[in-house]
Design a protein around this ligand. Sequence first.
Ligand code: ADP
Ligand code: ZN
Length: 651
Amino acid sequence: MAENQNPFNNQSQNNKPKKKLGFYWIYVILIAFFVGSMVFNGSSSIKETTMTELSKMLRDGDVSKIELVNGRTAEIYLNDQGMRKYFPNEKPQTFGTSPNYRLNVSEDRLYTKVDEAQQGMANPVEVIPVERHNWGAEVISWVVPLLLLVVFWIFITRRMSGGAGGMGGGQIFNIGKSKAQLYDQEKDTKTTFKDVAGLEEAKEEVMEIVDFLKNPKKYTRLGGKIPKGVLLVGPPGTGKTLLAKSVAGEANVPFFSISGSDFVEMFVGVGASRVRDLFKQAKEKSPCIIFIDEIDAIGRARGKNIMSGGNDERESTLNQLLTEMDGFGTNSGVIVLAATNRADILDKALMRAGRFDRQIYVELPDLNGRREIFEVHMRGLKLAGDVDKEFLAKQTPGFSGADIANVCNEAALIAARRSKDAIEKQDFLDAIDRIVGGLEKKNSVITPSEKKVIAFHEAGHATTSWMLEHAHPLVKVTIVPRGKALGAAWYLPDERQITTKEQMFHEMVATLGGRAAEQIIFGQISTGALNDLEKVSKQAHAMVMYYGLDETIGNVSYYDSTGQQEYSFQKPFSEKTAEKIDAEVSKIIEKAYQEALRILNEHKEGLTQLAEKLIDKEVIFSDDLVAIFGERPWKTEERNFSRKDENTSIA
Ligand code: ADP
Ligand code: ZN
């Protein structure tokens, strides 16, 4: 999704038609040669004959001349007598100008047979050997296989490089070349900080890099070292690429963009040579910026990888990257920006001083950030008067910058489809709904009884979370099926850095509220709670195994922050502990479930009202909950939203 929005991407597509043309020329040349060869070989009036017939002609004295061409083909010229006998309709002028018969025969046989046939004759016809070059045929016999080879070769190399190298033809030579895309500030549209909404802190940090690039002397004069590498850490679509590009734009330097996965190819050693090439190119263009997206593709921690025996190719690529980064001087003017959404799995060597020793966090935008992103992406749109950015920002909890860019585009498309002159609020709301859960399934088959189950399930979540102090209070619930989700609830979490045991427990109760409501109202449970159960189980496991929040297991954490444990077969605990963990996990979940049942039994009336309202309106907001249950006695700060989809499968 993020890639499609890249306004620079069409650059590589522009190259394609040119390449195609070059390809077709080969066909044209091939056809020309074939036609040419037909013309050269074209003396088609010559008849084929046999040795027996030739012997007869010789005995009768009908032959004037025999030429042996290239020691392979005999060409027979008839004399007047022969012509009258075999070609009575031919005009006499043509006699002797071109051969009348042709015979493929070996040299020896021809000589013997000709001698044999003319034994004892007064003026025997002699065989005259001639060397003749049929240039057309000869060239073709050379060129055609060669051309076929070239065509095949081009085809293969195209296949191999996926046709997306953006480097023109002859790509077999480029296999070890980096596939980095270069954006030149003079030629391409410039991205600046104006295009990046929010991310104030991140911008401030990269501002320094811009300054470095603009006047490096200012820093090196005092002996300061310019950073070589900066790591941008954050979830996808939050604008890491955009930020890197804007740094290049602000500093007015070239920008090389490449994805970590581009280094890794099926051939050994290619990755390392691509890294080398990339840095060579970059140094030529210095000062400049190299942006490596998804650096985890090569930068994953090297280590005891038992399963695969270690990925040598990836490791050698990573080693080459480290070598290059150590190799270039701090004042070379090349700065490497890399993006990842998981800094914790990266090899520690990458983060060492002089490499990616700076980390900038690029988080999902908050309410304010989302409003600003809407502003940026609404710049080019024709909006109706009722579009309120503040309101839209509130409606998009958990959206990334890329999601919002997508909403704006989608809204414009929806408005166009409805033949409007300007994009209205409703178009944006529909676009948001569409992004949230894929395309709205207007005619999806959900029976009224299923709808009732879903409504009670969602109402169960809403009620329990409303009644628990530490659960996230809900802002919106829908039972309109979208994509795979049958229902969804949006909550308003307060931003907390540490979570207490009680908070975790309350969250689990709210998560189990859906299933508990089904149990209470219908006396049976459905498969619709798969997501809920998965979430609760993970949470309970985390409580027991990672956070040390369980009395029986105690203050032990089996969390492995190095990320290497996932490759090992062995659990870091004994079988006995495993049993204990299992028991504790089910105990916690059962306790949460009982608590959910208790709350819902107590507020059964409210639950039913809420569910009926849901069945009726399909969407309810926190106001509806206030109307039924009254205000919550606890206050939560309104700072951020998070989105929780659920019920992804109901059988
Ligand atoms: P990432 O590299 O973090 O996956 P991108 O930088 O590729 O994300 O972002 C994809 C698109 O999302 C951008 O091209 C831009 O249109 C939009 N976008 C993301 N974050 C922002 C932001 N903070 N301000 C404006 N647009 C943004
Ligand atoms: Zn649920």
